[in-house]
Write a protein that binds this ligand. Structure first.
Ligand SMILES: Cc1cc2nc3c(=O)[nH]c(=O)nc-3n(C[C@H](O)[C@H](O)[C@H](O)COP(=O)(O)OP(=O)(O)OC[C@H]3O[C@@H](n4cnc5c(N)ncnc54)[C@H](O)[C@@H]3O)c2cc1C
Length: 400
């Protein structure tokens, strides 16, 4: 079978690309999706009478107007609520605001004094050179107290016990709160910091986040092949599963998940083998935590999970919360409880990953095989950024 474009994966990346191509009058493509439904990590299902996002808590950031407008074409604006972010950190028996450094004023005075003194003595404030290892970087940026009480335990829960396998190149995503800001927050008893993401976001009124992507999948009609995994990929001939020959292949699936990839150099195959990721379980709990927060970070190493999503605070009239837990930390499921599993949740930002991906994508794209999205590019992209990149790619394709 021949097609102009084969898109592998119908998560936000594949769905947005496919729909953007259709809008540009390009219809000669196929989308292969392994699962029985579209949406990838952004899917939802009904649990205990209300939607639950099975890939974790998912919110549409308002930061990219072109992306929001694209989303509203499928799920109109009137069908969304807009919220300002209220996220908390559970620490020392309290729920304080996030980011941590801007909200230590909500702690008792002894903790405030300790954290402030530690930030003042941190390397970034004393002129020490920026370290290259992850753990050293956290101490250098935030000081001992916040590193040991929050950042290191939380990141170990999210990403694994050896944090030094991670690079430091992605840490600019963290909120950048200066010592002066923290001091001012403590003096004025209010936060002084800019939220890095999701400061304001949309969530569907009557559905889970997955409804947006389900509708995008529906719009593709027979071009979307559900329950159709891409098992093999011959990069040199742009052939998927030995039978679909494409003029261009856009891969949004995890590169290491293919059973076989031909036509790449040993260096690129080694780059694929070096990629690391985590799996995350979503466990539903039919209880209502006493908080107005939409989500709560849980750095306590004694708890398996790292985050709670408090459903009624973004889906009015619902109840319960769900926990996000890295698979290795999660105890066996209790009988009758709900758990959704995500084998591919976080691509890890390991040392050397960007160089490995750049070499892989350069070689593959020379053959007409592109990587797109969280897995195709192996980046911590949120869905709004993935859609933005898909829209840009559709434009490039339409220009030939
Ligand atoms: C816990 C958590 C919370 C998040 N919170 C947010 C948030 O609040 N807001 C936000 O915007 N983003 C959030 N994200 C990020 C969001 O999930 C991703 O940006 C988005 O899902 C990326 O889309 P994608 O299409 O690149 O990847 P995916 O959603 O992973 O889609 C990949 C698709 O490829 C399919 N596939 C895999 N292998 C194959 C194969 N061999 N053949 C065919 N198909 C295959 C998969 O089944 C899947 O459908 C969160 C992610 C996690 C893990």
């Amino acid at each position: 079978m021949k097609t102009k474009i084969a898109i592998i994966g119908a998560g936000p990346a594949g769905l947005a690309l496919a729909n953007a191509l259709l809008r540009r009058g390009i219809g000669d493509f196929l989308v292969l999706e392994r699962e029985a439904e579209a949406g990838g990590l952004c899917r939802s299902q009904i649990v205990d009478g209300a939607p639950l996002d099975t890939g974790g808590g998912h919110f549409l950031d308002v930061r990219r107007p072109a992306v929001t407008a694209f989303a509203f074409d499928f799920l109109p604006e009137a069908e969304w609520n807009r919220f300002d972010r209220d996220s908390r950190i559970s620490i020392h028996g309290r729920l304080i605001g996030s980011p941590f450094e801007a909200n230590i004023w909500q702690l008792d005075e002894a903790h405030q004094r300790r954290y402030l003194a530690d930030i003042a003595a941190a390397g970034c404030n004393t002129g020490a050179p920026m370290p290259e290892k992850f753990v050293d970087w956290i101490y250098w940026k935030l000081g001992r107290g916040i590193a040991e009480d929050y950042m290191l335990p939380y990141n170990r829960k999210m990403f694994g016990d050896d944090l030094n396998v991670l690079g430091t190149y992605w840490l600019e995503k963290l909120p950048n709160v200066s010592y002066e800001d923290t001091l001012r927050s403590c003096e004025e008893r209010r936060p002084h910091a800019v939220q890095p993401g999701h400061a304001s976001f949309h969530y569907p009124k009557a559905f889970g986040f997955g409804e947006l992507w389900r509708r995008m999948g529906e719009a593709l009609g027979p071009r979307l092949l559900l329950g159709t995994p891409a098992r093999t990929l011959d990069v040199a001939s742009r052939t998927v599963n030995g039978e679909i020959e494409a003029g261009l292949v856009v891969n949004t699936a995890p590169w290491p998940a293919f059973e076989r990839i031909d036509g790449l150099s040993p260096e690129s195959l080694a780059a694929i083998a070096s990629l690391r990721h985590t799996a995350v379980d979503i466990d539903y709990v039919p209880e209502d935590p006493d908080t107005p927060a939409q989500w709560i970070y849980q750095p306590d190493p004694a708890l398996p999970e790292h985050r709670w999503l408090v459903r009624r605070n973004f889906l009015p009239g619902s109840r319960g919360y769900w926990r996000e837990t890295r698979r290795e930390r999660n105890p066996p499921l209790r009988p009758g409880a709900f758990r959704a599993t995500n084998d591919w949740a976080y691509p890890l930002n390991t040392v050397g990953k960007n160089e490995a991906m750049a070499a892989l994508l350069a070689e593959a794209s020379a053959h007409g095989v592109l990587g797109l999205g969280r897995w195709g590019e192996w980046q911590h992209y949120n869905s709004d950024l993935v859609v933005e990149r898909a829209l840009a790619l559709a434009e490039r394709i339409s220009r030939g």
